[in-house]
Design a protein around this ligand. Structure first.
Ligand SMILES: [Fe+2]
Ligand SMILES: [Fe+2]
Length: 472
């Protein structure tokens, strides 16, 4: 069933009306969600009319309906991708067995924890971004921000549905906790570190949607392979929404690059900042700051947890079914670069224990593809400047490299050297303050802030100067 029932208080395609207990429980959670949205959703724009898309079906392509809505009236709901008939578990110890429609008792704790960690990032990002609209560089960008925000809200709904439907009492308690934690709160912070820092300017927002949301894409894709079928189906549909968030990040950075390149050429000394833009070198520093943070989100390079989840059939690899033939990995090894006895060396580790690193590799390749695009942009402007990704060992705070210092190329250096040179690689306080100083709102339809280029086209076939956000 792919059609979505909008006659219900909670739009859904899971036949919620046929399960009165679950429906009541979720209808009780709904007002708490709305009051969280009022308190922690986009600050100051709740009464504006925003040109948003809403899911009307979960079929691939053409699933969205567009129109102006006030965000608190957005129809958040529970949408799962269609079931694959006779779906089988694709990997691990249970490969070949029918996918689970209920949670197997022995996997309950593992699955619940994983769903809660994923779920927690969804409202967290809305909280981190709640003041951004005040400095939007255009109405087009403001609209995209709000689209991302309402969909992160919907992803929370997707996860809360799983908690309510499959985890009983504990699941309901966890669902309540998801609305009680707050990004950056000293007493009740969000679970992952990266989700406790405010995102208060737009270059960081584009880095977030480019790099952090892209981590989300790979986590969701790995869970879309899960033997727990409701989780797999939820993640498959979330991925279709997530694609837009990644588009916002990747093209957002590209537009900054294009404008910076243009200003670089026009300036007397070859610096975009002379003309009120962001220097290409500073964009590179933002990349070097955000990318390692997001590498950390994949977890340790050598991880028994990753091995357990793969063995249990809970979390697969990226495109496990499509890309791989060996779905067991027992007895296989993978060569990892480790830092031991004061030097870098290669060590073979059991392949299942290296799965976080495998997923991180897929992610890095995807980021590199975007970097190559940005380089086409600088090239088209006739500049020699090229962007690159730092080594996976650079500036890590989690995993096997976290306790050592490495330069941008991944060579080991002393702590003293790191402290002297970090300023060459990462944005300084003054540079961050400069970027913040550029963030003046532009609200005339079709106009862009000076530091960013126009998008190639508008949303859903509308012109760039369409009034994507209207005051009520
Ligand atoms: Fe999300
Ligand atoms: Fe997202």
């Amino acid at each position: 069933m792919s059609g979505i029932d909008y006659t219900q208080r909670i739009p859904n395609n899971v036949g919620l009306g046929g399960d009165v207990r679950l429906q009541r429980a979720l209808e009780k959670w709904q007002p708490s969600f709305l009051s969280w949205w009022h308190d922690m959703g986009p600050d100051g724009f709740q009464a504006h009319n925003v040109y948003l898309r809403t899911a009307v079906s979960t079929e691939p392509g053409g699933w969205a309906n567009f129109g102006h809505v006030k965000m608190p009236e957005y129809r958040w709901g529970i949408f799962l991708a269609d079931a694959v008939p006779d779906r089988r578990i694709a990997f691990g110890e249970f490969a070949g067995a029918p996918a689970w429609q209920e949670v197997p008792g022995e996997l309950r704790a593992m699955l619940r924890r994983m769903i809660v960690v994923q779920a927690d990032t969804e409202p967290a990002s809305v909280e981190q971004q709640r003041r951004l609209a005040h400095s939007a560089p255009s109405l087009y960008d403001m609209r995209n921000l709000f689209q991302v925000n309402v969909e992160e809200g919907r992803h929370l709904w997707a996860m809360v549905y799983l908690l309510h439907a499959f985890f009983g009492r504990d699941g309901r308690d966890e669902a309540d906790e998801l609305l009680a934690r707050r990004s950056g709160d000293a007493d009740k912070p969000r679970i992952l570190d990266a989700f406790n820092e405010p995102c208060d300017e737009w270059l960081s927002f584009f880095c977030f949607t480019m790099f952090t949301d892209r981590d989300g894409k790979y986590q969701l894709a790995a869970l879309a392979e899960s033997g727990f079928d409701p989780l797999a189906r939820t993640c498959r549909f979330m991925l279709t929404e997530e694609a837009h968030h990644l588009f916002v990040g990747e093209t957002g950075i590209d537009r900054v690059v294009a404008r910076s390149a243009e200003l670089t050429r026009a300036s007397r000394n070859g610096r975009a900042s002379e003309l009120g833009g962001i220097d290409l070198e500073l964009i590179q520093k933002y990349i070097d700051y955000w990318f390692p943070y997001c590498l950390d989100l994949f977890g340790g390079e050598i991880s028994s947890n990753a091995a357990d989840m793969f063995a249990a059939g809970v979390k697969g690899r990226y495109q496990e079914e499509r890309k791989y033939t060996n779905h067991s990995l027992l007895g296989e090894t993978m060569a990892l670069t480790v830092f031991e006895d004061g030097r870098l060396q290669t060590r073979d580790v059991p392949a299942r224990n290296a799965l976080n690193e495998v997923l991180r590799g897929e992610y890095r390749d995807d980021c590199q593809r975007a970097v190559d695009k940005w380089n086409k942009t600088t090239q088209a402007e006739g500049l020699r400047f090229r962007f690159s990704l730092p080594s996976n060992r650079f500036f890590r705070r989690q995993g096997i490299y976290a306790d050592h210092c490495f330069d941008r190329e991944g060579n080991p250096i002393t702590r003293g050297e790191w402290e002297r040179r970090a300023i060459d690689w990462l944005p300084s306080e003054a540079e961050r303050a400069y970027v913040r100083s550029l963030m003046l709102p532009v609200t005339l339809p079709g106009k862009m802030a000076n530091w960013i280029g126009a998008p190639r086209k508008g949303i859903n076939g509308k012109n760039i100067d369409y009034t994507y956000v209207r005051t009520a």
